[in-house]
Design a protein around this ligand. Structure first.
Ligand code: GAP
Length: 466
């Protein structure tokens, strides 16, 4: 996709998200915070629906996965044991003129050079070559005065619980950079309290924090975000089979929620962490970002995590198999996805512009189960004879669905507004309603209208939505 079209689409997406109450730049009245966003009414509802869809597939429907909600703050040794304190870094390049920050590997990507996890010397060699060829420029201001790449820690620090206000090496506590750390630390309590037998998984949804070097990608990469992770504990002999099983389960989940087969693909990591035996990402082809980008990682992590936490804590994290008499540290297969990244993916996928007569209709064709509002009840006029029955319908429907009541503006404008927030059905109460006790139900995608009896409306929507 040409850059201009991609940028226009991104601007339209950001504008729609703000205008329609999905996503706002955080702390905007104070000038904002880079790469931090707040979710408005519809954004929160959409995010919660995606979270619930994930939870349903990963926990509710399975007997081998249990849930967890662990704390964001953990003992600081957690992140020393996991290797994050020493090695969770990105290579940073600064523009000396406008002070913009970039990731060196992302700059190189723009020139078709793949440098994911490449060592600093290699990155700087590539950058130097581009500099000599006069190709290296700041993407923000165009200056050629860029620094060489240097290491930048992604860990976010706090002094929570410390008696001193000062942040020192001795009192530093980290905000978790990934949610799975809490799962490893609660592995033992889960086995002891729930008596789970291998293989089993622990799933959780929660906030994670990374001092990301920012690129302008809206909510794709943020400094505060939500992850949905599941760690599956198993005997190493089961890894191959279970890895394939989870790859398939996760792939199918995207198809089930309306992502087309042609819009996602697998990316296999060539450079693996020393403890990992396999790592695949599901990548989605973002219209707004102009190409395939990672949305979910599926990783075979060996027994590194539990071994490290056992070593640093001094607590045995072995599993005793009563059937075979074998005692071992379980291996881990993880699925890890950013919830906020999925919000972006579903918005990107749903965003549609259609020509209707002389106008362009913007509509979010979200899966009905994910749509923030399931229906909107719209009286054709503000006259009490229509608003009273319309409110009665709303009062009845809202007990079972997220339904909105709206009597402002012309009916055409109200339809367009509901299209832009992705509401699958608009229920219009008109003067005929007073005679035939029926309403007009308009389908978001086809714009076709049907006359439905009020007394059958709840059942009708229930059937259509589920
Ligand atoms: N526990 C493994 C782990 O955290 P990761 O590849 O660093 O692996 C997993 O992250 C997923 O979390 C990514 O595929 C992405 O969906 C999401 N993610 C990571 N960093 C993010 C960020 N800064 N903003 C939004 N989502 C992010």
């Amino acid at each position: 996709m040409p850059n201009q079209a991609k940028n226009n689409l991104m601007e339209k997406m950001i504008s729609l998200c703000k205008r329609r109450g999905f996503v706002y730049p955080s702390s905007e009245i104070y000038g904002g915070m880079q790469a931090i966003y707040d979710y408005g009414h519809y954004g929160t509802l959409l995010k919660n629906n995606i979270r619930d869809a994930w939870w349903k597939a990963m926990v509710q429907m399975r007997e081998d996965v249990v849930g967890l909600d662990s704390a964001i703050f953990m003992h600081p040794t957690t992140w020393i044991a996991s290797g994050h304190v020493a090695g969770f870094n990105d290579p940073q390049v600064d523009c000396r003129k406008c002070k913009s920050r970039f990731r060196a590997d992302h700059i190189l990507e723009e020139f078709g050079i793949s440098a994911d996890k490449a060592p600093l010397e290699e990155l700087n060699k590539h950058l130097e070559k581009l500099r000599e060829e006069k190709k290296l420029k700041c993407a923000n201001c165009g200056s050629t005065d860029l620094t060489p790449a240097k290491i930048f820690s992604l860990m976010v620090k706090s002094n929570i619980g410390s008696p001193t206000d000062e942040l020192k090496e001795e009192n530093v506590v980290y905000l978790r950079p990934e949610t799975c750390g809490g799962i490893y630390l609660e592995y033992k309590n889960t086995v002891d309290s729930l008596h789970k037998k291998l293989p089993f998984g622990i799933a959780q949804v929660g906030k994670a924090f990374r001092n990301e070097i920012v690129a302008r990608q809206f909510i794709f990469r943020t400094r505060e975000f939500e992850q949905m992770e599941m760690q599956y504990f198993l005997h190493p002999s089961a890894m191959k089979e279970k890895y394939e099983m989870w790859k398939n389960i996760r792939w199918q989940w995207y198809l089930e929620y309306g992502i087309k087969r042609s819009e996602i693909h697998w990316y296999q990591h060539e450079k693996l962490a020393h403890y990992a035996s396999e790592a695949f990402d599901i990548e989605y082809n973002f219209k707004t970002l102009g190409g395939f980008k990672e949305i979910e990682g599926i990783h075979a992590r060996g027994n590194w995590d539990l071994s490290q936490h056992s070593k640093y804590s001094g607590v045995e994290l072995d599993y005793f198999d009563e059937k075979t008499g074998e005692k071992f540290i379980p291996h881990i297969m993880e699925t890890s996805v950013g919830l906020s990244r999925l919000v972006f993916m579903f918005l990107d996928q749903a965003y549609t512009e259609e020509k209707v007569g002389a106008e362009i209709r913007v509509v979010l064709k979200l899966d009905k189960r994910l749509a923030p509002m399931k229906a909107a009840v719209l009286p054709l006029s503000k006259k009490e004879e229509l608003t009273a029955p319309a409110r009665e319908i709303w009062n009845d429907l809202k007990r079972n669905f997220m339904v909105e009541y709206d009597e402002t503006q012309s009916i055409g404008k109200r339809y367009r507004r509901q299209d832009e927030i992705g509401t699958p059905y608009c229920v219009t109460v008109d003067f005929e309603t007073l005679k035939d006790k029926a309403v007009t139900v308009r389908n978001r995608d086809t714009m076709k209208q049907e006359r439905i009896k009020i007394k059958e409306l709840g059942k009708y929507l229930d059937k259509k939505l589920n």
